[in-house]
Design a protein around this ligand. Structure first.
Ligand SMILES: Nc1ncnc2c1ncn2[C@@H]1O[C@H](COP(=O)(O)OP(=O)(O)OP(=O)(O)O)[C@@H](O)[C@H]1O
Ligand SMILES: [Mg+2]
Length: 241
């Protein structure tokens, strides 16, 4: 389970980016984190992955506090950041072995995961090339494979579908479903509401740093007493006029 308890964050002296956020994400769930540009999604994800410290509040990942037990907490998630431009001088396969070394993934498991996922994503042919020669989508895929190498209990993705072709996006969604069905958590942010509506067990909608709704789509419809699409409800929730 992931627990956010009254989490607050501001950047320097500017306005509050995440404001007293509390929510829980359960095992076996695909959780979609939705909100307009600048709403606070990436800031929240950076806090839950320990990249940014929280100003106030707690984030607990399967019982482990990311601020107090950062090393143990970091072992249990895999993270796909919003920008895949890193380790560009490494060859794809070197990057994967680097990640495998950090997480102490046994050689046999590495071999299996890399072979299967590189094949699923059709990048086996590029594993011997430097990541700087990859397209945006290929970089995205190599990072997704790296994030799954140690088979984490929690898989956190920031805008994972941006830049992926339809076949690859479909594959990512398929893996997300398999992952959640095996009792693990998939937490991802997206702007693609059709995807969220189709694959998420629950969604959280954040706007100006504040959670406006957290629940499944049916609960959302009851909340609004309509049979609207997620898109209509989203627009209504985030309409400031
Ligand atoms: N490094 C930073 N320094 C100062 N302000 C920042 C920084 N990063 C984000 N912010 C501000 O924090 C707020 C939340 O930004 P955040 O990146 O979390 O939004 P987001 O929901 O991920 O948006 P998007 O959908 O565009 O990715 C915004 O007002 C943004 O301007
Ligand atoms: Mg973002």
């Amino acid at each position: 389970m992931i627990e956010f308890q009254n989490v607050t964050k501001s950047y320097s002296h500017q306005k509050i980016a995440v404001d007293n956020l509390s929510m829980r994400i359960h095992n076996g769930e695909i959780f979609g984190f939705l909100g307009p540009n600048g709403a606070g999604k990436s800031t929240t994800i950076k806090m839950m992955t320990g990249i940014l410290p929280v100003d106030k509040g707690e984030i607990i990942l399967n019982g482990m506090n990311i601020a107090k037990e950062p090393l143990q907490a970091k072992k249990i998630f895999g993270y796909v950041p919003d920008s895949p431009n890193m380790f560009l001088r490494l060859k794809g396969i070197e990057y994967l072995h680097f990640i495998g070394d950090i997480y102490e993934v046994p050689a046999k498991v590495r071999e299996e995961v890399i072979t299967k996922l590189a094949d699923d994503f059709e990048i086996t042919h590029a594993l011997q090339d430097q990541i700087q020669t990859y397209s945006h989508g290929m970089r995205q895929k190599i990072i997704i494979i790296g994030a799954l190498l140690h088979q984490p209990d929690i898989w956190i993705l920031d805008e994972p579908l941006t830049g992926l072709d339809p076949k690859s996006a479909h594959k990512v969604k398929e893996i997300m479903r398999e992952y959640a069905d095996s009792g693990k958590i998939v937490f991802f942010s997206t702007h693609v509401l059709e995807v969220a509506e189709k694959i998420c067990d629950r969604v959280g909608i954040i706007d100006s740093g504040q959670i406006q709704f957290c629940g499944n789509i049916d609960e959302m419809r009851q909340h609004f007493a309509t049979d609207s699409t997620l898109e209509q409800m989203f627009l209504e929730i985030t309409d400031h006029e």
